[in-house]
Design a protein around this ligand. Structure first.
Ligand SMILES: Nc1ncnc2c1ncn2[C@@H]1O[C@H](COP(=O)(O)OP(=O)(O)O)[C@@H](O)[C@H]1O
Ligand SMILES: [Mg+2]
Length: 154
């Protein structure tokens, strides 16, 4: 485990994402885990703003599954697996290729809903996985989160 912070406010999340953005490389994947409303998208947005990226493409305007961003002439892909039904659908919309592309940083939410695909992703060589587990802090669930970051899966 890289970091375990028991009581993070939104401001702390900003600090963590800023630090993480400095060590993430192209080909890396950030896998965000935790229940609905815990702050996965908030964490992803923190990373995006630390990278200073702007959006250049997206799918459905209301609930896009994949959002792509320009970063240093390469790509950041923010992928939300929540509304995907099965692995066929994942393949049909071309998601696996993002994870095997060394010119892309992938930031995912809910990949853990597809454990078999997640295992494949975690085994991939030549790149790093950053698993970020977010939990509500029971003492102040409205404003604070527990953040655990794991890396070195390969
Ligand atoms: N310490 C915190 N860290 C992250 N989000 C927080 C925190 N405190 C409050 N929030 C709020 O919790 C909500 C998290 O929503 P979101 O990021 O969309 O969750 P998820 O993507 O996990 O479903 C946001 O409205 C955010 O403002
Ligand atoms: Mg979300």
């Amino acid at each position: 485990m890289l970091n375990h912070a028991p009581s993070c406010t939104k401001a702390d999340i900003k600090i963590i994402t800023k630090r993480l953005s400095k060590i993430i490389k192209f080909g890396d994947c950030v896998l965000l885990e935790g229940s609905l409303g815990v702050g996965k998208t908030e964490f992803a947005k923190g990373l995006m703003s630390a990278f200073g990226v702007r959006r250049f493409a997206c799918g459905s305007p209301t609930f896009p599954i994949i959002n792509e961003y320009n970063y240093l002439n390469k790509k950041i892909a923010h992928i939300d697996f929540y509304r995907l039904k099965n692995y066929d659908e994942i393949e049909d919309i071309g998601i696996p290729s993002y994870f095997w592309d060394e010119n892309v940083i992938v930031i995912s939410e809910w990949l853990n809903l597809f454990p078999k695909f997640e295992r494949q992703v975690m085994k991939k060589a030549n790149s790093s996985i950053w698993k970020v587990k977010l939990e509500f802090d029971k003492t102040s669930p409205a404003t604070k989160r527990k953040v655990s970051i794991f890396t070195g899966y390969h």
